[in-house]
Design a protein. Sequence first.
Lengths: 369, 283
Amino acid sequence: MKQSITLGKVTKLMGLGFLSTIKDLFTGKLEKEDFKNFLRKVVVPIASILLFIGLWHMGSKTLYNIEADFRINKALEEQGQAAADAVAACIALGEDSSCKPNTLPSPAQVWESYRSLLRDHNIISADKAAFIEKTAALNEKRLAEGKDAITYTGRPSFVDQIFRSLKTVFAGFLLALFIAVPLGIFIGLSPTLKSAFNWFIQIFKPVSPVVWYLLVFMIVKTLLIDSNEDSSFTISFISVGLCSMWATLVNTAMGVSSVDKDYINVAKVLKLGNFQKIFKVVLPSSLPLIFTGLKITLSVAWMVLIAIELLAQSPGLGLFVWEEFQNGANDSNAKIIVAMFVIGIIGFLLDRLMLTIQNWVSFDKTDAI
Amino acid sequence: MAYLELNNIYKTYGQGENETEVLSNINLSIEEGEFVAIVGFTGSGKTTLVNLINGLIEPTKGAVLFKGAPVQGTSHERGVIFQNYSLLPWLTVGQNVYMAVKEAFPKHSKTELSAIVADYVEMVGLTPAINKRPKELSGGMRQRVAVARALAMKPEMIIMDEPLGALDALTRGNLQDEILNIWEKDKRTALLITNDVDESIYMADRIIPLRPGPNATLGPEFKIDIDRPRDKTEMNDNANFKKTRNAIIEYLMDIGNERKTETQDLIELPDLSPKDFVNQFKY
Ligand SMILES: Nc1ncnc2c1ncn2[C@@H]1O[C@H](COP(=O)(O)OP(=O)(O)OP(=O)(O)O)[C@@H](O)[C@H]1O
Ligand SMILES: [Mg+2]
């Protein structure tokens, strides 16, 4: 019983209330009036997912046919019947990428690509593990001699790219957090600072990620001019942080400057010092707004990350997408769609993570959206 | 010199067209150890008056003197029970009280502070709810936390802005007695804002009505010469009590009626203006 309560609490905290509904279904606790709820929360989403996949399948089939017909007709007009037959046969075989229509892949193809990416990952990680085992003894000796260890330099797998992206986004998010929250507090507390910074915020807030990247590139490139380290990671996480910090900055400043007057009166009557007043009254009361800002920041960070990785040539999902697009192999399009879903799902999970933390720290429990 | 003195206090809010003078020419002096009650209609400026005394706001004109020195900002010597409770919603009942006690007695150890908190929470009957947050409490429970928080700081002067308004008669009676106990035992000075005439007679040495605003002023004071400790049931038969009670209620009803007739006058005003208007055309 206790366990089920905590499960309910956790799922509610995460805004995944429908999980409890599913659990109730299996434990037979579903009441009649819950049935409507169950329909709405479980059956309807599943039906809409199936509908989406069906439409996608038909759409990709149509696009495939349009392109196949076009290629056959083109061969017929330019090189005659024999060439057209050859193209038609080639397309029907579906293996040679030179004749195969290159269009929106079908759900089945995407699923197949997903599995092949996983297989690829398993092969690469086995390879990597073997390499590490092989070089372990040697590396120990090299370290003892004061030399650098030998590291695995093979191609990163799709899963590795995901983790690289997550690393970049968290580094950027932390940078945004450490700049925007303190700065927001100062701006919120002091009307003078507010007017000093207002133009700055208004002008830089709408600047696009690409421009941020270029700006950071200009600066970091010069700063790291002597170091031969790869600066692409540094550049991309700083750009992500600078792009995404504005929501937190604005929300923090707003939260801090609009603390309920009653709470300020309490602080005055208790004669709290400035430090105490900020940490015991102002910050706790603006926490809900700060977290709303951080949630926006994290989702913006994840959204711009892909574009920035692509520009910075920094390893990660963005680079993966770009390389697949340029690669033009048989299953490249399908892999791009796989990446798209992975990006979307991770974005969703990050959002839920923030919501969970927010509900957990906040006195002002808001229901999940 | 009196313990607390208000000399010719005026307080205006707003500027330009929106300027309203809420309090006009307020004169009040309270001696050390006195219990003074102020009764008045809603919106007459009672909270404004309280905030002037506790130092949250400054008068537009006039001076507030506390022990002979002008009031500058708030002080732990003057404890406040806010009308709207003003509890910090992210702290539990215990933490709300603890925070105040810690500020009032910075030299006490943690255990001493916790003991004080436990005492006062017990006094207001909230020990079972000590770990709850304000959101989980009823209005009356919140009000009691606010009472505990202010009293636990053991201020020299207790300023109470309708501290018991949201309570039922029984709880209200108990807390009235607790407040009186604390006031009597440590010889504090108390200022009580209330809209309950019986409560003011039961608790105070002097009752001063605040006339309705804007431009609210203090009315004539009523002295309560009933020996302490007072007994509620006995008081009902006390001739002195009945007389004072009737006098205060009559006074309040009179100023209430004055206010009504004033508004009726206002309605009659438009009838006068067309005459001037017509006269103008005769030239
Ligand atoms: N900060 C403020 N700015 C402008 N006007 C104010 C402000 N505070 C109070 N007032 C006005 O002053 C008048 C008196 O308000 P106050 O809160 O002192 O009344 P009150 O007697 O405490 O009323 P209640 O019994 O309802 O608590 C009201 O008309 C109110 O609109
Ligand atoms: Mg009031």
